[in-house]
Design a protein around this ligand. Structure first.
Ligand SMILES: [Zn+2]
Length: 271
């Protein structure tokens, strides 16, 4: 092995250490965040936004610029949908401009894919995205360098709905819940371009709420639909004590959950 080989490994380690990666299984408590990739789509995303509003949830959308940048009728409609995603308070993350396998394209093209998409998102939200999800979940050296320079965190997932391959509501539902049963927390990967994925969301949430009723009856912590901040970054080994405001909020959510559990069987628990 040559010295250059070892220098290369060291450089990769240094770069990756500066680009935090969150996978979802690490953290405190039973937290869950929905993430949706490859959109926006004027055909499917609006219904998802209505579902999320009704459920009182915020999600993260990892978008591709080519879907909402250009002059075609479809692209313009998608752009309006993405503005609505932002208006309703969801986070928007960078998923590259056209979803290439990053390791297969040149350094220049990798930078362009990230920078172009970043600019388009900034135009809509007013701020630079700081969350990245690699297309096909595949990281590359040059992307890591860019992400480090621009203060991104990479968000992977541990609760895979497998929705590109298993195109059925029941399959998506089962995949998310079975992995959640295993990990007890995590980041859900879905695609808001799939109608079957969107239809699975309210069903998954209802199942988790019913699960919460059982947990509460046993005096255990319940699942919370949280934020990325709930997942510990690599190197953050210390558990931070939540402040009083957060504890009060969690208490209120528990009371609300308890009330919901009490309504089960009375026909008013459809949300
Ligand atoms: Zn993707």
């Amino acid at each position: 092995m040559s010295v250059i080989y070892y220098i290369g490994i060291l450089a990769t380690l240094l770069v990756s250490s500066g680009n935090p990666t969150i996978s979802g299984e690490k953290g405190q408590g039973r937290h869950l965040v929905f993430t949706f990739d490859d959109g926006p789509s004027y055909k499917t995303t609006p219904l998802l936004l209505d579902y999320l509003d009704r459920l009182g949830l915020k999600a993260i959308f990892f978008v591709n610029g080519q879907r909402f940048n250009g002059r075609s009728h479809i692209v313009k409609r998608n752009l309006e949908v993405l503005k609505e995603v932002h208006r309703r308070g969801h986070k928007i993350g960078n998923h590259t401009y056209s979803h290439p396998l990053m390791s297969e394209v040149s350094k220049k093209k990798q930078y362009w894919q990230l920078a172009k998409n970043e600019k388009l998102i900034e135009k809509i939200t007013g701020y630079k995205p700081r969350l990245y999800r690699p297309p096909f979940g595949q990281m590359s050296y040059h992307a890591r360098v860019y992400l480090k320079q621009h203060n991104y965190s990479t968000l992977m997932w541990n609760l895979d709905s497998e929705d590109p391959f298993q195109r059925h509501v029941a399959k998506v539902y089962a995949n998310v819940l079975s992995t959640l049963y295993f990990y007890k927390r995590g980041l859900v990967l879905m695609h808001d371009t799939n109608s079957w994925s969107i239809e699975a969301v309210p069903r998954i949430v209802k199942a988790i709420k019913l699960w919460n009723c059982e947990l509460m009856a046993r005096g255990e912590p319940i699942f919370e639909f949280g934020d990325v901040a709930d997942f510990r970054l690599p190197g953050e080994n210390k558990y931070k004590e939540p402040d009083l405001k957060m504890i009060k909020k969690a208490y209120k959510r528990r009371i609300k959950m308890k009330k919901w559990c009490e309504t089960i069987g009375k026909g008013d628990n459809d949300s």
